[in-house]
Design a protein around this ligand. Structure first.
Ligand SMILES: [Zn+2]
Length: 503
């Protein structure tokens, strides 16, 4: 094994680990100590909720680094430097990807924490994998504890936490009246034949927004309307597992007792039954593949508004969404194309071929045995840690209340303490929400027949899955045509598209 002279440096910040500056300082020194130098660096910061304007907070530099290594032409293969093995491996799947690439390209992995890995040897691969597993274990262990806590909560029908669901207050159980009424009325409207798009327009006109302030698009409203929780049903791991502790927002107008009157068991039963029936009817209607939708010209296409332009601009990328149009050049003829929505129309790509390529990758991802993991939002190794912190903060809030009740704390001190903790709780909840994006994948991820189910989905749902799973960037196409191209035939450069899995 020859120790390389030149390295790419990979830095990743996550909670509770050394900061970027320290990782860079220590790793660079380590590389210099062994006679090497850093030629470029890739940084991912796990601060999804706190992207600065104009900055993308996805952890996508890892993918960029792999692409960089693949494309690199220098004679002596570059080494990969990192502070610790766990910086390189967010998961064992990551480890496998790096191993395959490094073994093929002869890239040595050098870490300050655990020394050198020669991934072209069986021993090197074994040790690297083992260290990746060890790093993942720490996270899994926490996930497991949380999972068992969750199961207990499921048994009680309690809300499992996360972003405030539309129609409900922060505790996830009490109704937020205006939104709850909108959900019930919207469900009635759709059952009566009104389009979801129209419902969305009405909600926006009424000044409603998503629970994090986002716009209520048709896709979002559809997702909201389809939630089993509206019928007082509990979902765990993508399946309805029974009745929840909270009351349905559906049919509330008919069954909710007047203020001050308790809800008797008989009325509650009738309410829940009616709500469940209404929910089932809505699901049947909205997920019926035979149902004809009449989407506008923009929405007939899977990637319009979602794929991004990857034209290099100002040291970064254009990143404008693409729109559908008709090709005019020799390359695309008059076929439909995706085109950068900016005035300069930086990139143009055959829409049919690109969609086929992206959908093929999505289905393959959904069929992978670990795809069910996509449903939990725990893809980010940050989520379990955030949940623990959140539970701890809520515990402290309770302690404060108790101390006040016991007379150990003044009202003033209680108020100050609560304010401080609440700010932290809200901050954590926002970050957690950013880690979780699940409902589009329900009934799809981890299903052996994901390909068949994908075909049956309507375009809206397919677009929602795309939004939840994948960021697609269209890069400028390389010059020339691929080998074997026949004049007049279509062609497509898969390498001129960057697919980045979210999460
Ligand atoms: Zn552009």
């Amino acid at each position: 094994m020859l120790q390389p002279r030149e390295y790419v440096l990979y830095l990743r910040k996550s909670k509770g680990r050394a900061g970027i500056a320290r990782q860079r300082r220590e790793t660079t020194k380590h590389i210099e100590d062994i006679g090497g130098r850093i030629v470029t660096e890739f940084i991912d910061e796990d601060t999804t909720a706190y992207a600065k304007p104009g900055q993308h907070a996805q952890r996508d530099d890892y993918a960029r680094m792999l692409a960089f290594l693949r494309a690199d032409q220098r004679r002596a293969p570059l080494g990969v430097a990192a502070w610790h093995t766990d910086r390189l491996n967010r998961s064992t799947a990551d480890a496998d990807e790096l191993i395959a690439l490094a073994a093929a390209g002869g890239h040595i992995v050098e870490t300050k924490g655990a020394g050198t890995y020669d991934l072209s040897t069986a021993t090197g691969r074994k040790r690297f994998r083992q260290d990746a597993v060890d790093a993942a274990y720490e996270v899994d262990h926490m996930t497991e504890r949380i999972e068992s806590a969750k199961l207990e909560a499921v048994a009680e029908g309690a809300w499992l936490g996360g972003r405030r669901p539309f129609g409900f207050k922060k505790d996830g159980e009490r109704h937020k009246r205006t939104e709850a009424a909108a959900v019930d009325a919207g469900t009635n409207a759709v059952l009566a034949g009104v389009s979801v798009n129209q419902v969305a327009r009405e909600w926006r006109a009424a000044g409603l927004t998503g629970t994090s302030g986002g716009e209520l698009s048709e896709v979002v409203v559809r997702r909201i309307l389809l939630r089993p929780r509206n019928a007082g049903l509990m979902v765990h791991r993508g399946k309805v597992v029974g009745r929840a502790r909270w009351l349905p927002v559906l049919c509330a107008a008919e069954y909710r007792p007047p203020k001050g009157t308790p809800l008797d068991a008989e009325t509650e039963e009738a309410w829940r039954t009616a709500a469940e029936e209404k929910h089932r009817a809505l699901v049947a209607l909205l997920t019926d593949p035979a149902r004809t939708t009449t989407p506008g010209p923009e929405r007939r296409w899977f990637g319009s508004g979602q794929y991004r332009c990857g034209y290099p601009l100002d040291g970064g990328e254009c990143q404008r969404p693409v729109r559908i149009g008709t090709g005019s050049g020799a390359t695309t003829g008059t076929r439909p194309v995706y085109r950068c929505s900016g005035e300069d129309r930086h990139v143009v790509r055959d829409a049919v071929l690109l969609d086929a390529h992206v959908q093929e990758r999505i289905v393959a991802r959904l069929q992978r045995p670990d795809a069910a993991d996509l449903l939990h939002g725990d893809r980010s190794d940050e989520a379990p840690k955030l949940r623990i912190e959140l539970a701890a903060l809520n515990g402290r809030l309770n302690e404060l209340e108790e101390a006040f009740t016991d007379g150990d704390l003044s009202r003033e001190a209680l108020k100050r303490g609560k304010e401080k903790l609440r700010t932290q709780v809200e901050e954590l909840e926002e970050r957690l929400a950013a880690c979780v994006s699940v409902s589009a994948l329900e009934g799809l991820a981890g299903e052996p027949d994901a390909a068949g189910r994908w075909e049956e989905l309507d375009l809206h749902r397919q677009r929602a899955v795309l939004a939840a799973l994948l960021k697609v960037t269209i890069l400028p196409a390389p010059k020339g045509r691929p080998k074997g191209h026949r004049p007049g035939g279509r062609y497509f450069h898969p390498e001129a598209v960057r697919l980045e899995w979210l999460g």
